[in-house]
Design a protein around this ligand. Sequence first.
Ligand SMILES: *Cc1c(COP(=O)(O)O)cnc(C)c1O
Length: 350
Amino acid sequence: MTTNFLIDSYSEFLPIDGDTSRKSLGEGNTPLVRSTNIGPEIGVPNLYFKLETMNPTGSFKDRGMFLAVAKAVQANSRSVICASTGNTSAAASAYASLHGLKSFVVVPSGKIAMGKLAQASVHGASIIQIRGSFDNALNIVREISDQLQIALVNSVNPFRLEGQKTAAFEVVDALGKAPDILCIPVGNAGNISAYWKGFKEYAAAGRASKTPMMYGFQAQGAAPIVNNKIIENPETIATAIRIGNPASWEKAASARDESGGVIDSVSDDEILHAYRYLASAEGIFCEPASAASVAGLIKTSRLGVDLSGATIVCVITGHGLKDPDTALSVEAVQYEVDPTIEAVGEILSS
Ligand SMILES: *Cc1c(COP(=O)(O)O)cnc(C)c1O
Protein backbone atom coordinates (compact mmCIF):
# COMPACT_ATOMS: atom_id res chain seq x y z
CA MET A 1 0.00 0.00 0.00
CA THR A 2 1.21 3.48 -0.78
CA THR A 3 0.36 6.63 1.13
CA ASN A 4 0.66 8.97 -1.82
CA PHE A 5 1.26 7.22 -5.13
CA LEU A 6 2.55 10.26 -7.03
CA ILE A 7 5.00 11.30 -4.31
CA ASP A 8 6.10 7.73 -3.65
CA SER A 9 6.70 7.12 -7.37
CA TYR A 10 8.01 10.42 -8.66
CA SER A 11 9.31 12.48 -5.73
CA GLU A 12 12.57 13.36 -7.47
CA PHE A 13 10.57 15.09 -10.22
CA LEU A 14 8.24 17.00 -7.86
CA PRO A 15 8.86 20.28 -6.00
CA ILE A 16 8.25 18.86 -2.54
CA ASP A 17 10.13 18.83 0.73
CA GLY A 18 9.74 17.33 4.17
CA ASP A 19 7.08 19.87 5.15
CA THR A 20 4.83 19.19 2.14
CA SER A 21 1.67 17.32 3.12
CA ARG A 22 1.42 13.78 1.74
CA LYS A 23 -2.36 13.62 2.14
CA SER A 24 -3.94 11.90 -0.83
CA LEU A 25 -7.32 10.92 -2.24
CA GLY A 26 -5.71 8.24 -4.39
CA GLU A 27 -4.96 10.44 -7.40
CA GLY A 28 -2.87 9.17 -10.30
CA ASN A 29 -1.91 5.58 -11.13
CA THR A 30 -4.69 5.49 -13.72
CA PRO A 31 -5.05 2.67 -16.26
CA LEU A 32 -3.62 2.77 -19.76
CA VAL A 33 -5.92 0.44 -21.69
CA ARG A 34 -5.43 -0.85 -25.20
CA SER A 35 -8.15 -0.05 -27.70
CA THR A 36 -10.08 -3.16 -28.67
CA ASN A 37 -12.19 -1.86 -31.55
CA ILE A 38 -11.71 1.79 -32.46
CA GLY A 39 -7.96 1.49 -33.10
CA PRO A 40 -8.24 -1.38 -35.60
CA GLU A 41 -11.27 0.24 -37.24
CA ILE A 42 -9.53 3.57 -37.90
CA GLY A 43 -6.17 2.15 -38.94
CA VAL A 44 -4.35 2.62 -35.63
CA PRO A 45 -3.67 -0.91 -34.35
CA ASN A 46 -1.54 0.35 -31.46
CA LEU A 47 -3.99 2.75 -29.84
CA TYR A 48 -4.23 3.23 -26.08
CA PHE A 49 -6.49 5.26 -23.81
CA LYS A 50 -5.16 6.92 -20.65
CA LEU A 51 -8.20 6.74 -18.40
CA GLU A 52 -7.95 9.90 -16.31
CA THR A 53 -11.64 9.35 -15.59
CA MET A 54 -10.43 7.01 -12.82
CA ASN A 55 -9.04 9.81 -10.65
CA PRO A 56 -10.85 10.46 -7.34
CA THR A 57 -13.04 13.32 -8.59
CA GLY A 58 -13.27 11.84 -12.08
CA SER A 59 -10.81 13.99 -14.01
CA PHE A 60 -7.07 14.58 -14.42
CA LYS A 61 -7.40 17.84 -12.45
CA ASP A 62 -6.74 15.82 -9.26
CA ARG A 63 -3.10 15.21 -10.23
CA GLY A 64 -2.26 18.87 -10.03
CA MET A 65 -4.73 19.78 -7.33
CA PHE A 66 -3.28 17.44 -4.68
CA LEU A 67 -0.02 19.36 -4.96
CA ALA A 68 -1.44 22.88 -5.40
CA VAL A 69 -3.53 22.52 -2.24
CA ALA A 70 -0.71 20.86 -0.29
CA LYS A 71 1.47 23.84 -1.23
CA ALA A 72 -1.27 26.30 -0.23
CA VAL A 73 -1.34 24.61 3.19
CA GLN A 74 2.44 24.82 3.39
CA ALA A 75 2.17 28.57 2.72
CA ASN A 76 -0.36 28.88 5.58
CA SER A 77 -3.34 29.68 3.34
CA ARG A 78 -6.74 29.12 4.92
CA SER A 79 -8.70 29.10 1.67
CA VAL A 80 -8.36 28.42 -2.04
CA ILE A 81 -10.06 29.98 -5.05
CA CYS A 82 -10.37 29.04 -8.71
CA ALA A 83 -12.18 29.88 -11.90
CA SER A 84 -13.56 26.76 -13.48
CA THR A 85 -15.46 25.17 -16.33
CA GLY A 86 -16.39 22.56 -13.70
CA ASN A 87 -13.70 19.99 -13.09
CA THR A 88 -11.23 22.35 -11.44
CA SER A 89 -13.96 23.33 -8.98
CA ALA A 90 -14.71 19.67 -8.24
CA ALA A 91 -11.05 18.91 -7.58
CA ALA A 92 -10.29 22.13 -5.68
CA SER A 93 -13.25 21.68 -3.34
CA ALA A 94 -12.44 18.01 -2.69
CA TYR A 95 -8.80 18.69 -1.81
CA ALA A 96 -9.79 21.74 0.22
CA SER A 97 -12.07 19.45 2.24
CA LEU A 98 -9.25 16.94 2.68
CA HIS A 99 -7.05 19.67 4.17
CA GLY A 100 -9.74 21.56 6.08
CA LEU A 101 -9.59 24.67 3.92
CA LYS A 102 -12.40 26.82 2.58
CA SER A 103 -12.94 26.84 -1.17
CA PHE A 104 -14.40 29.48 -3.47
CA VAL A 105 -15.21 28.62 -7.06
CA VAL A 106 -16.13 31.12 -9.74
CA VAL A 107 -17.91 29.62 -12.74
CA PRO A 108 -19.76 30.76 -15.87
CA SER A 109 -23.45 30.72 -14.99
CA GLY A 110 -25.42 27.92 -16.62
CA LYS A 111 -22.39 26.47 -18.40
CA ILE A 112 -21.24 23.89 -15.86
CA ALA A 113 -22.16 20.22 -16.35
CA MET A 114 -24.53 19.09 -13.61
CA GLY A 115 -22.30 16.46 -12.03
CA LYS A 116 -19.46 18.92 -11.54
CA LEU A 117 -21.71 21.42 -9.82
CA ALA A 118 -22.97 18.57 -7.62
CA GLN A 119 -19.40 17.76 -6.64
CA ALA A 120 -18.52 21.34 -5.68
CA SER A 121 -21.79 21.58 -3.74
CA VAL A 122 -21.32 18.44 -1.72
CA HIS A 123 -17.71 19.34 -0.87
CA GLY A 124 -18.98 22.61 0.58
CA ALA A 125 -17.48 25.09 -1.87
CA SER A 126 -18.88 28.61 -2.04
CA ILE A 127 -20.08 28.64 -5.64
CA ILE A 128 -20.10 32.03 -7.35
CA GLN A 129 -21.81 31.93 -10.75
CA ILE A 130 -20.96 34.89 -12.95
CA ARG A 131 -22.93 36.08 -15.95
CA GLY A 132 -19.89 35.74 -18.17
CA SER A 133 -17.34 33.30 -19.54
CA PHE A 134 -14.60 31.18 -17.99
CA ASP A 135 -12.11 33.75 -19.29
CA ASN A 136 -13.92 36.51 -17.33
CA ALA A 137 -13.88 34.29 -14.24
CA LEU A 138 -10.15 33.63 -14.51
CA ASN A 139 -9.38 37.34 -14.80
CA ILE A 140 -11.43 38.00 -11.68
CA VAL A 141 -9.84 35.29 -9.53
CA ARG A 142 -6.32 36.24 -10.61
CA GLU A 143 -6.96 39.75 -9.32
CA ILE A 144 -8.88 38.83 -6.17
CA SER A 145 -6.55 36.06 -5.00
CA ASP A 146 -3.75 38.59 -5.07
CA GLN A 147 -5.70 41.29 -3.20
CA LEU A 148 -7.11 38.97 -0.54
CA GLN A 149 -4.17 36.55 -0.27
CA ILE A 150 -6.27 33.51 -1.10
CA ALA A 151 -4.37 30.68 -2.79
CA LEU A 152 -5.15 30.58 -6.50
CA VAL A 153 -5.33 26.97 -7.70
CA ASN A 154 -5.95 27.40 -11.41
CA SER A 155 -3.31 26.01 -13.75
CA VAL A 156 -1.53 29.39 -13.70
CA ASN A 157 -0.40 28.03 -10.32
CA PRO A 158 2.84 26.23 -11.32
CA PHE A 159 2.23 23.38 -8.87
CA ARG A 160 -0.79 22.32 -10.94
CA LEU A 161 1.35 21.59 -13.98
CA GLU A 162 4.03 19.95 -11.82
CA GLY A 163 1.44 17.48 -10.53
CA GLN A 164 -0.18 16.96 -13.91
CA LYS A 165 3.08 16.10 -15.65
CA THR A 166 3.10 12.80 -13.72
CA ALA A 167 0.58 11.45 -16.22
CA ALA A 168 3.32 11.51 -18.87
CA PHE A 169 5.57 9.49 -16.53
CA GLU A 170 2.84 6.91 -16.04
CA VAL A 171 2.27 6.59 -19.79
CA VAL A 172 5.98 5.88 -20.36
CA ASP A 173 6.14 3.48 -17.41
CA ALA A 174 3.09 1.55 -18.67
CA LEU A 175 4.24 1.31 -22.31
CA GLY A 176 7.91 0.81 -21.46
CA LYS A 177 8.64 3.66 -23.87
CA ALA A 178 7.27 7.02 -24.95
CA PRO A 179 4.40 6.80 -27.46
CA ASP A 180 4.90 8.21 -30.96
CA ILE A 181 1.87 10.50 -30.65
CA LEU A 182 -0.14 11.78 -27.69
CA CYS A 183 -3.64 13.09 -28.50
CA ILE A 184 -5.16 15.43 -25.94
CA PRO A 185 -8.01 17.96 -25.69
CA VAL A 186 -6.94 21.57 -25.22
CA GLY A 187 -8.89 24.14 -23.21
CA ASN A 188 -6.88 26.41 -20.96
CA ALA A 189 -3.88 24.50 -22.37
CA GLY A 190 -2.35 23.55 -19.03
CA ASN A 191 -2.56 19.81 -19.54
CA ILE A 192 -0.84 19.63 -22.93
CA SER A 193 1.90 21.84 -21.45
CA ALA A 194 2.21 19.59 -18.39
CA TYR A 195 2.45 16.39 -20.43
CA TRP A 196 5.10 17.92 -22.64
CA LYS A 197 7.11 19.01 -19.59
CA GLY A 198 6.79 15.51 -18.17
CA PHE A 199 7.88 13.76 -21.36
CA LYS A 200 10.89 16.06 -21.70
CA GLU A 201 11.95 15.58 -18.08
CA TYR A 202 11.61 11.81 -18.29
CA ALA A 203 13.70 11.69 -21.47
CA ALA A 204 16.32 13.98 -19.91
CA ALA A 205 16.51 11.63 -16.91
CA GLY A 206 17.10 8.67 -19.20
CA ARG A 207 13.72 7.07 -18.44
CA ALA A 208 12.62 7.31 -22.09
CA SER A 209 14.67 7.39 -25.28
CA LYS A 210 12.49 9.98 -27.02
CA THR A 211 9.49 12.26 -26.65
CA PRO A 212 6.15 11.94 -28.51
CA MET A 213 4.59 14.33 -30.98
CA MET A 214 1.89 16.31 -29.18
CA TYR A 215 -1.45 16.43 -31.01
CA GLY A 216 -3.78 18.89 -29.26
CA PHE A 217 -7.43 19.36 -30.20
CA GLN A 218 -9.67 22.35 -29.50
CA ALA A 219 -13.39 22.57 -30.20
CA GLN A 220 -14.13 24.45 -33.41
CA GLY A 221 -16.16 27.16 -31.61
CA ALA A 222 -13.43 27.59 -28.99
CA ALA A 223 -10.20 27.30 -30.97
CA PRO A 224 -8.08 30.37 -30.22
CA ILE A 225 -4.74 28.61 -30.68
CA VAL A 226 -5.76 27.10 -34.01
CA ASN A 227 -7.05 30.45 -35.29
CA ASN A 228 -4.28 32.39 -33.58
CA LYS A 229 -6.73 34.86 -32.07
CA ILE A 230 -8.66 35.32 -28.84
CA ILE A 231 -12.26 34.09 -29.12
CA GLU A 232 -14.54 36.49 -27.23
CA ASN A 233 -17.57 34.20 -27.06
CA PRO A 234 -16.38 30.61 -27.21
CA GLU A 235 -19.12 28.02 -27.75
CA THR A 236 -19.04 24.23 -27.71
CA ILE A 237 -20.94 21.33 -26.23
CA ALA A 238 -17.60 20.31 -24.67
CA THR A 239 -17.91 22.73 -21.76
CA ALA A 240 -14.57 21.72 -20.19
CA ILE A 241 -12.75 23.22 -23.18
CA ARG A 242 -15.05 26.19 -23.74
CA ILE A 243 -12.21 28.71 -23.38
CA GLY A 244 -11.35 31.63 -25.65
CA ASN A 245 -8.06 32.89 -24.21
CA PRO A 246 -6.02 30.01 -22.74
CA ALA A 247 -3.70 30.86 -19.84
CA SER A 248 -1.00 28.46 -21.11
CA TRP A 249 -1.31 29.49 -24.77
CA GLU A 250 2.42 30.04 -25.30
CA LYS A 251 3.46 26.88 -23.47
CA ALA A 252 1.05 24.86 -25.60
CA ALA A 253 2.35 26.42 -28.81
CA SER A 254 5.89 25.50 -27.71
CA ALA A 255 4.80 21.94 -26.95
CA ARG A 256 3.34 21.71 -30.45
CA ASP A 257 6.39 23.17 -32.16
CA GLU A 258 9.14 21.49 -30.13
CA SER A 259 7.47 18.09 -30.43
CA GLY A 260 6.74 18.36 -34.15
CA GLY A 261 3.03 18.05 -33.41
CA VAL A 262 -0.14 19.94 -34.27
CA ILE A 263 -2.99 21.79 -32.58
CA ASP A 264 -6.13 21.40 -34.67
CA SER A 265 -9.85 21.76 -34.10
CA VAL A 266 -12.79 19.35 -34.22
CA SER A 267 -16.47 20.21 -34.60
CA ASP A 268 -19.11 19.49 -31.98
CA ASP A 269 -20.51 16.85 -34.34
CA GLU A 270 -17.12 15.15 -34.53
CA ILE A 271 -16.81 15.35 -30.74
CA LEU A 272 -20.24 13.82 -30.21
CA HIS A 273 -19.54 11.10 -32.74
CA ALA A 274 -16.32 10.16 -30.92
CA TYR A 275 -18.15 10.40 -27.57
CA ARG A 276 -20.75 7.84 -28.68
CA TYR A 277 -18.15 5.71 -30.47
CA LEU A 278 -16.06 5.40 -27.29
CA ALA A 279 -19.14 4.45 -25.32
CA SER A 280 -20.57 1.98 -27.84
CA ALA A 281 -17.42 0.42 -29.30
CA GLU A 282 -15.08 0.43 -26.29
CA GLY A 283 -17.28 0.66 -23.21
CA ILE A 284 -15.60 3.93 -22.24
CA PHE A 285 -17.90 6.64 -20.89
CA CYS A 286 -16.19 10.02 -20.93
CA GLU A 287 -17.39 13.60 -21.00
CA PRO A 288 -17.61 15.38 -24.36
CA ALA A 289 -14.36 17.36 -23.97
CA SER A 290 -12.43 14.12 -23.50
CA ALA A 291 -13.76 12.74 -26.77
CA ALA A 292 -12.03 15.61 -28.61
CA SER A 293 -8.77 13.64 -28.42
CA VAL A 294 -10.33 10.68 -30.22
CA ALA A 295 -12.27 12.93 -32.63
CA GLY A 296 -8.96 14.57 -33.50
CA LEU A 297 -7.26 11.23 -34.09
CA ILE A 298 -10.11 10.11 -36.35
CA LYS A 299 -9.81 13.38 -38.27
CA THR A 300 -6.05 12.87 -38.62
CA SER A 301 -6.45 9.32 -39.91
CA ARG A 302 -9.11 10.50 -42.40
CA LEU A 303 -6.61 13.01 -43.80
CA GLY A 304 -4.75 9.96 -45.06
CA VAL A 305 -1.85 10.01 -42.60
CA ASP A 306 -0.48 6.46 -42.22
CA LEU A 307 -0.73 5.72 -38.51
CA SER A 308 -0.51 1.92 -38.79
CA GLY A 309 2.97 1.72 -37.33
CA ALA A 310 2.53 4.35 -34.62
CA THR A 311 1.93 3.83 -30.92
CA ILE A 312 -0.69 6.42 -30.03
CA VAL A 313 -2.19 7.41 -26.68
CA CYS A 314 -5.45 9.37 -26.39
CA VAL A 315 -5.96 11.05 -23.03
CA ILE A 316 -9.50 10.50 -21.73
CA THR A 317 -9.62 13.48 -19.42
CA GLY A 318 -12.93 13.30 -17.53
CA HIS A 319 -15.76 10.92 -16.64
CA GLY A 320 -19.04 10.77 -18.54
CA LEU A 321 -21.16 10.74 -15.39
CA LYS A 322 -20.22 14.36 -14.83
CA ASP A 323 -22.40 15.40 -17.76
CA PRO A 324 -25.60 13.33 -17.65
CA ASP A 325 -27.49 15.85 -19.80
CA THR A 326 -25.30 15.13 -22.81
CA ALA A 327 -25.48 11.40 -22.16
CA LEU A 328 -29.28 11.50 -22.03
CA SER A 329 -29.42 13.48 -25.26
CA VAL A 330 -28.21 10.34 -27.03
CA GLU A 331 -31.31 8.56 -28.29
CA ALA A 332 -31.74 5.60 -25.98
CA VAL A 333 -33.36 2.30 -26.90
CA GLN A 334 -36.23 2.50 -24.42
CA TYR A 335 -39.63 0.93 -23.89
CA GLU A 336 -42.26 1.27 -21.21
CA VAL A 337 -44.58 -1.70 -20.78
CA ASP A 338 -46.82 -3.44 -18.28
CA PRO A 339 -45.01 -5.44 -15.57
CA THR A 340 -45.59 -8.84 -17.19
CA ILE A 341 -43.35 -11.55 -18.63
CA GLU A 342 -45.38 -11.41 -21.83
CA ALA A 343 -44.92 -7.68 -22.35
CA VAL A 344 -41.18 -7.80 -21.80
CA GLY A 345 -40.88 -11.02 -23.81
CA GLU A 346 -42.64 -9.41 -26.76
CA ILE A 347 -39.93 -6.76 -26.96
CA LEU A 348 -37.08 -9.27 -26.71
CA SER A 349 -38.47 -11.38 -29.53
CA SER A 350 -39.46 -8.54 -31.84
C1 LIG B 1 -9.73 20.85 -17.79
C2 LIG B 1 -10.19 19.83 -18.78
C3 LIG B 1 -9.72 19.81 -20.10
C4 LIG B 1 -8.81 20.85 -20.65
O1 LIG B 1 -7.54 20.86 -20.05
P1 LIG B 1 -6.67 22.20 -20.09
O2 LIG B 1 -5.54 21.95 -19.20
O3 LIG B 1 -7.57 23.30 -19.61
O4 LIG B 1 -6.28 22.39 -21.52
C5 LIG B 1 -10.14 18.78 -20.93
N1 LIG B 1 -11.00 17.84 -20.50
C6 LIG B 1 -11.47 17.84 -19.24
C7 LIG B 1 -12.42 16.77 -18.84
C8 LIG B 1 -11.09 18.84 -18.34
O5 LIG B 1 -11.59 18.82 -17.11
